[in-house]
Write a protein that binds this ligand. Structure first.
Ligand code: SF4
Length: 353
């Protein structure tokens, strides 16, 4: 059987043979791909003109500054904030959830929204608000909690919905003139959505995409597929062991039942029409935005000196930010791209540029 190093060598030669010559920027839009590319040192294997750049694929990183501020506002309303771990360290304009917790506010980290629902059920005297962030991957489980809360009549559980969806962000990037020749499309998101949601990329923008797995060879094979389709861009699935063209129909059904599209603000990209999700009227009793009269506060403001916006648009590599590794480190992060374990600044810091 061919060894991994031989396979990588072979893939490297195939990429060199297919090299179109001019600039070929491949953007990944998934935090797990960002980490894998850095961890396996894939950038170093490619010819100089084929660049791997990160896009808005890390859920914590794309959560807008004013959204973080509104979560902190919510923490001041005598509720238990239930959230994924990385979010608590992201600095807002005035504070962070971590600082609020140190000051006595109830902020609890859960690995799954289902655990947050269980906590609410076991603590009926407390108002538990789950902070719904992330893309199509996490949305179905959050939807299940809302449905289950309705079925079990759990009245002290609600969701502050800051979820975002991928296609409109890709459209906004390309309409904004991003210099991208191909996308490495997210494996986990696409397992839910299927591949059809990306078909506008080649049709409207002449840019192809490959839904990729997360091993080194998955990503290299996806790059080969992108290069092969250089002249006839298309959407293809490399990660066939998990992703089907039609996606997960059951998950799509529950998302559709509980949520509807809305506009959403992305860090670095601003407001993008139809790129977020809100809870449908039918389930409004579980919508923390209505229950506690909370919404993103004020205009989106970048953290001073932080270039996360440019990193998320693929305009710069993280180490081109003047704060990278000096003022901003994983121990003392200035921005979310260094906070999140899936952020591109954190990946560059951990594995080197
Ligand atoms: Fe922001 Fe830090 Fe990344 Fe610079 S290195 S873009 S300050 S997170």
């Amino acid at each position: 059987m061919m060894q991994q190093t031989e396979m990588i060598e072979k893939a490297k030669r195939a990429i060199e043979a297919l090299n179109p010559g001019g600039p070929f920027n491949i953007m990944e839009v998934c935090g797990s791909h960002t980490m894998a590319i850095s961890k396996f040192g894939l950038r170093q294997l490619l010819p100089k003109n084929i660049r791997l750049i990160s896009g808005p694929g890390c859920p914590v990183c794309v959560t807008a500054q004013n959204e973080i501020d509104s979560v902190i506002e919510l923490a001041n309303k005598n509720v238990v904030i239930a959230t994924f771990g990385d979010l608590i360290r992201v600095p807002g304009n005035r504070s962070s959830l971590q600082a609020e917790r140190a000051a006595g506010k109830e902020v609890k980290v859960f690995y799954s929204p289902l655990d947050a629902l269980k906590y609410a059920e076991e603590n009926p005297s407390k108002e538990v608000v789950f902070i719904g962030i992330g893309f199509e991957t996490t949305v179905p489980t959050v939807a299940v909690t809302i449905k289950e809360a309705r079925e079990k009549n759990i009245k002290n559980y609600s969701v502050y919905c800051l979820h975002k969806t991928m296609p409109e962000a890709l459209r906004a990037l390309l309409e904004g003139g991003s210099n991208v020749q191909g996308f490495l499309l997210p494996g986990h998101v696409s397992a839910i959505t299927g591949s059809k949601i990306y078909e506008f990329l080649p049709k409207e923008f002449g840019v192809g995409g490959v839904i990729s797995g997360f091993e080194a060879m998955d990503i290299l094979m996806s790059i080969i597929m992108l290069l092969k389709n250089y002249k006839n861009p298309a959407i293809e699935i490399q990660y066939k062991r998990v992703v089907r063209k039609e996606g997960n129909l059951e998950a799509q059904k529950i998302i559709e039942e509980i949520f509807e599209p809305c506009d959403s603000t992305w860090r670095g990209l601003g407001e993008i029409k139809g790129s977020g999700l809100k809870i449908r009227d039918k389930y409004k009793d579980f919508d923390a935005a209505l229950k506690f009269d909370i919404r993103p506060i004020g205009e989106e403001i970048e953290i001073k000196g932080c270039r996360c916006g440019d990193v998320l648009k693929g305009n710069i590599y993280p180490n081109e930010c003047p704060l990278f590794g000096r003022v901003c480190t994983p121990e003392n992060p200035a921005g979310p791209c260094m906070v999140s374990s899936e952020g591109s600044c954190a990946a560059f810091y951990k594995y080197g540029a």
